[in-house]
Each structure stands twice: as structure tokens, then as C-alpha cells.
Design a protein around this ligand. Structure first.
Ligand SMILES: Cc1cc2nc3c(=O)[nH]c(=O)nc-3n(C[C@H](O)[C@H](O)[C@H](O)COP(=O)(O)OP(=O)(O)OC[C@H]3O[C@@H](n4cnc5c(N)ncnc54)[C@H](O)[C@@H]3O)c2cc1C
Length: 388
């Protein structure tokens, strides 16, 4: 443990571990501080991710793969079901192990990691960020760092301390709740999605299998819906209807920022990654892969800034993120607004339309095209997603 580092990363989720790793791989000194006792625990996540998105970061290991996914099933409010073969497989992870392994790769690259280290402030020298303070085993510790990367998740405070605008509109903040339940006899190679007013207005309900008939069952609804009826009430109603008496192994809740990235994700001495930067895919709510990509970009740029001795280089991160992912998220955000306003009839008709397509020709692209058939402007945006 040094008293000074080139880069200090706050938070040991997927975004923080990747930021630490990609900075350390370039040879700069890195400290990662995580407030919880264990990296990867507690898990607040449905744990689904596309295989393709994580392969560039880590070799697939059965120890953290709970289920291998080859199909998606969409359930309409009237009970209609449309099933699509996934042309690119997905995974349901054991994040408890996966996050741990990501942190291990950061440690292997040379990053120092301290858990149970609760960061409670930034330090400044003449108005310039020059480190953080944290509490560890009852002691208040100060450590200097040339660049601080805030990877402190949805409840992030570090960005705010640095003076960045981190506020989210409550309508964009999905309230999510999930149980991991046993004795759920769904196909284990399929991600199941339920749509409609009854299940999850302005959002969706998911069942993600975790092997041995265990499954993550959860839903996200927009903040304004949650005010009228809570996400937990919707989930309780669903469990009572579909799986009464199913043993609940864990229950979690949290916010999912289904919005565009923050306007500014870097400023002198500070970079924001993952949920802290609102890097979540605004359409699906998935933030594991995008957090890892944001971490990779930020860590790499931070190291370059140190090696070039050009502190201002970190400001190029905003553009780098936008070019890699942000542009695509603008399209997903428009799609989200279209889809969230679908009526139940629209979802019912959609399942019927998709089921008319021969099974081997059903793709996600076709699903979106059918979904947006009467909305030419959105259709054009979808076309861009699949062309770009
Ligand atoms: C119910 C639910 C289901 C979801 N399902 C999916 C899904 O199926 N697929 C998907 O891709 N995404 C899903 N997400 C989103 C996904 O979990 C997040 O986008 C992802 O974890 C973001 O990674 P991160 O590293 O930015 O933040 P996190 O994983 O939240 O990590 C942040 C870390 O920072 C630490 N920290 C916070 N404050 C401090 C501090 N002051 N000092 C030190 N450490 C601190 C925290 O303890 C935490 O370990 C879901 C979210 C929810 C709530």
C-alpha cells in the first residue's frame, strides 16, 4: 500500500475492475477501493449478458456461467408467446464469482485492491483533485492520486463531489426488484420476457434461468409508475399467479438508469464509469458489458494521460465513449420511448405477427421491425442500429 498512486478507482464492480486493469496494464500505479467486504457481493443483478460482449475481456469459465442461453421468449399480456432462436448466445452469470474474477485480472495487471474501504471524500490541492479519503477498520485514511475514476455504481457520490452534474430524472430511473427462486421449471436455455400493463408497465419482467430450476425473476418499471404501484407489488402478484410457494433464495432491489449517459463524464482529475456515468443500455437496462467497456476506455485513457504527462488528455474520454457506445445508446433511448408506450393490444398483435414468421427466420431485428411497423420514424432508427 503506497501513499500515492497515479490512478485511484472507487468501486470494485465490473466497470471499476476493468478501469483498474486497463490502467495497470499500461504500467501506471493503480489503487482500487471497494466498500464491501467481498468483491461481487451482494449481487443486485439479473446477471444476463451477451457472450460476445464479455469474450474480449475474460475467457469464459463454467465456474461463473449459470446458464447458456440460445433462445428468447416474449410473453404478451394475453398469454401469447413468441420464441426466437438467439443467433448470438447469451449467458446468465454467477456474478458473485464473475466480479471476483474480473477484479483478479486487475490485480494480475498490478492494481492494488482494498476491500472494506469506504471512500467518503475527495481531496483537493488549490481546487484540483489530488486524491480521496476513505474509512478502513474505523480509521480515516487519505491517499493521493493524480486521477480518480468513479466506478461507485448507481448511488455514486464521487462524481457529485467533483462538481459533475449526476442527477437523473426519476422517470428514467427504473425501479427494479428481483428474487432468486428455486423450483422454477422454465426452459434453462431461454431468457423469458413478459410485457404489458399487468406485468411491468413502461418496462418488462424477466425470468433468467440459473440452472437446476433456479431463476432470477425480476422486473423494472419507470419511476412514475412505481409511485402508484410499487415494483415489489407487481413482482409479488406475478409470483403468486405463476409460482405460488416457490422458495425465495434472495431478494434484491435497486435503480437502473435507463437514460443517456451523463452530459459530462470527465473533468480535470476525475472520470466516471459504469452506472456512475449512466452507461447502462437504456433499452434493456443491461449495464455489465457497457460498464466494462466504459472501464476499459477510461482506464486506458487515464494511463495515457499519466504516461504522456498530459492531465488534460482525460477530457478526451467523453468523446471516446460517445463514439464507441454513446451514439448507439441515443438510438436505443428513442426505441425505449416508443416501446414503453405500447398498448397491451400492440404487444398481443406483435406475438401473433412474430409467430407467423417461420421459426428459423425470427430474429431480434425482425421483432423490432414488426413492433414498430406503424411508427416509421422509429423504424428508421431501428434500421440504423442494425446497419451501423
Ligand atoms: C435488479 C437489477 C437487475 C439487473 N439485471 C441486469 C442484467 O441482467 N444484465 C446487465 O447487464 N445488467 C443488469 N443490471 C444492471 C447492472 O447490475 C449494473 O449496470 C452493473 O452492475 C454496473 O456495474 P458498475 O461496476 O458500474 O457498478 P456496480 O456493479 O454497482 O459496482 C459499484 C461498486 O462500487 C462500490 N461502492 C459504491 N460506493 C462506494 C464508496 N463510497 N467507496 C467504495 N466503494 C463504493 C459498491 O459497493 C459496488 O461494489 C441490473 C440491475 C438491477 C438493479
Amino acid at each position: 500500500m503506497n501513499s500515492e498512486y497515479d490512478v485511484i478507482v472507487v468501486g470494485g464492480g465490473p466497470a471499476g475492475s476493468m478501469a483498474a486493469r486497463f490502467a495497470a496494464e499500461k504500467g501506471v500505479s493503480v489503487l482500487l477501493l471497494e466498500k464491501d467486504r467481498d468483491i461481487g457481493y451482494p449481487v443486485r443483478c439479473g446477471e444476463a449478458v451477451s457472450r460476445e460482449s464479455i469474450v474480449p475481456f475474460i475467457d469464459i469459465d463454467d465456474r461463473w456461467v449459470a446458464a447458456k442461453i440460445h433462445k428468447f421468449s416474449f410473453y404478451a399480456p394475453d398469454g401469447g408467446v413468441a420464441t426466437l432462436e438467439a443467433h448470438m448466445p447469451s449467458l446468465v452469470l454467477e456474478r458473485r464469482i464473475f466480479d471476483y474474477e474480473l477484479a483478479r485480472t486487475a490485480a494480475e495487471a498490478g492494481a492494488h485492491i482494498i476491500t472494506r474501504a469506504y471512500v467518503n471524500g475527495l481531496t483537493f490541492d488549490n481546487g484540483t483533485i489530488n486524491g480521496v479519503t476513505y474509512e478502513f477498520q474505523g480509521e480515516q485514511i487519505s491517499v493521493r492520486g493524480k486521477i480518480v475514476i468513479a466506478a461507485d455504481g448507481i448511488e455514486s457520490r464521487v462524481g457529485r463531489w467533483a462538481g459533475l452534474q449526476t442527477h437523473s430524472d426519476f422517470r428514467d430511473m427504473e425501479s427494479a426488484v428481483q428474487v432468486t427462486a428455486a423450483n422454477i421449471p422454465v426452459e434453462q436455455d431461454t431468457l423469458h420476457f413478459y410485457f404489458g400493463q399487468k406485468y411491468a408497465p413502461h418496462g418488462y419482467l424477466w425470468i433468467f434461468p440459473k440452472g437446476n430450476n433456479k431463476a432470477n425473476i425480476g422486473l423494472g418499471i419507470s419511476g412514475d409508475i412505481n409511485k402508484k404501484k410499487s415494483a415489489l407489488s407487481y413482482l409479488n402478484d406475478f409470483m403468486l399467479e405463476k409460482y405460488p410457494g416457490a422458495p425465495i433464495l434472495s431478494k434484491v432491489s435497486g435503480g437502473v438508469p435507463c437514460q443517456l449517459s451523463l452530459d459530462r463524464i470527465s473533468a480535470p482529475g476525475i472520470m466516471l464509469v459504469g452506472d456512475a456515468a449512466r452507461h447502462v443500455n437504456p433499452l434493456s437496462g443491461g449495464g455489465i458489458a457497457t460498464g466494462m467497456i466504459g472501464g476499459q476506455i477510461a482506464g486506458s485513457i487515464a494511463a495515457d494521460a499519466i504516461l504522456l504527462n498530459k492531465p488534460e488528455h482525460i477530457l478526451s474520454y467523453d468523446k471516446a465513449w460517445h463514439n464507441r457506445i454513446g451514439k448507439r445508446h441515443e438510438i436505443y433511448n428513442k426505441l425505449k420511448e416508443g416501446i414503453y408506450n405500447f398498448s397491451d393490444d400492440h404487444f398481443n398483435n406483435l406475438a401473433i405477427t412474430i409467430n407467423k414468421v417461420p421459426a428459423d427466420q425470427r430474429t431480434l431485428g425482425r421483432l423490432f421491425t414488426a413492433a414498430l411497423f406503424n411508427q416509421p420514424s422509429l423504424l428508421l432508427e431501428v434500421a440504423k442500429v442494425f446497419v451501423l
